[in-house]
Unconditional design. Structure first.
Length: 286
């Protein structure tokens, strides 16, 4: 057994043990493996990220962790080891890396719903309903995540001692959204001083719709840059694959020395940094 094979087997054994420890152990001892998987924070986050259940996320993880490296081992063992380590590190850090990503996705979906929320509130308050009742009426008609947020805002405004003031203060901490903060300020002022809520909400809804239209227009204009970005990534992968078949000794020589491995890792690190800055430059905020 050569060094690469020994390394791969050692990593496989170590990761299998860590996997069993991370997934099968929980705060509440339970003999039901299905329930244990459902309680796993990592699997829950991965499932939410991919839109699948925690049990399917577990199957996806097993395929990426073991099946994919096993297939790559028939091509080039170093790449199999690299993918194996990459998936293992990704799974181990999922509870830290995925929450910010999911929070940004949830915030984007929530902000896109705000014009509809305002339109529904306008219809509700026109019937001379109190603001808390209008919020309770609107919440069930919305899609997630606005349904949960508006429902929670309505229940806290009706049940807490501080009323709308306390509910608004807590809601501002949940979403770092300038648009939602403006809506909350309007609701707070209306609940304290009264007045006509319909007209400012209608104007606000029109402004938010215009902002959303501009964002869609800019994203469409930036589609060419994103396409080029994906073509470059695919091109790099295609070059590596073609070199591996045309000159396999070049890749083999790279992983036969510590210097070659260090240069490979450094190249990946530089590529990752460039990838991060490119994605940051293509991020749109209005």
């Amino acid at each position: 057994m050569d060094t690469l094979q020994l390394t791969f087997v050692s990593l496989l054994t170590l990761t299998t043990g860590l996997l069993l420890w991370a997934v099968l152990t929980s705060a509440d001892s339970d003999n039901d493996l299905g329930l244990t998987l459902d309680r796993s924070r990592r699997l829950t986050l991965i499932g939410e990220w991919r839109g699948i259940s925690p049990r399917l996320a577990f199957g996806l993880y097993l395929a990426a962790q073991f099946l994919l490296p096993a297939i790559l081992a028939f091509w080039r063992k170093p790449f199999a080891i690299f993918v194996f380590l990459l998936v293992a590190v990704g799974f181990a850090t999922a509870h830290r890396t995925l929450p910010p990503l999911l929070a940004r996705r949830r915030l984007k979906a929530f902000e896109e719903q705000l014009p509809h929320v305002l339109d529904q509130l306008v219809s509700a308050v026109r019937g001379n309903r109190p603001l808390a009742q209008a919020l309770e009426q609107v919440a069930p008609t919305l899609d997630p995540p606005a349904r949960e947020e508006i429902g929670e805002l309505a229940s806290k405004a009706a049940m807490t001692a501080g009323g709308m003031r306390e509910a608004v203060a807590e809601a501002r901490e949940k979403y770092d959204s300038r648009h939602y903060a403006i809506i909350l300020s309007l609701l707070h002022v209306f609940s304290q001083r009264g007045g006509n809520l319909v007209e400012p909400m209608q104007q606000m809804s029109s402004v938010f719709k215009e902002v959303w239209r501009l964002e869609q227009k800019i994203e469409t204009a930036a589609a060419a840059a994103r396409s080029s970005f994906h073509v470059i990534n695919f091109g790099l992968l295609a070059i590596v694959v073609m070199v591996s078949f045309a000159k396999p000794e070049m890749l083999d020589d790279t992983f036969r020395s510590l210097m070659g491995i260090a240069l490979f890792v450094a190249g990946l690190a530089i590529y990752g940094i460039g990838l991060f800055f490119m994605r940051a430059m293509m991020r749109i905020e209005i």
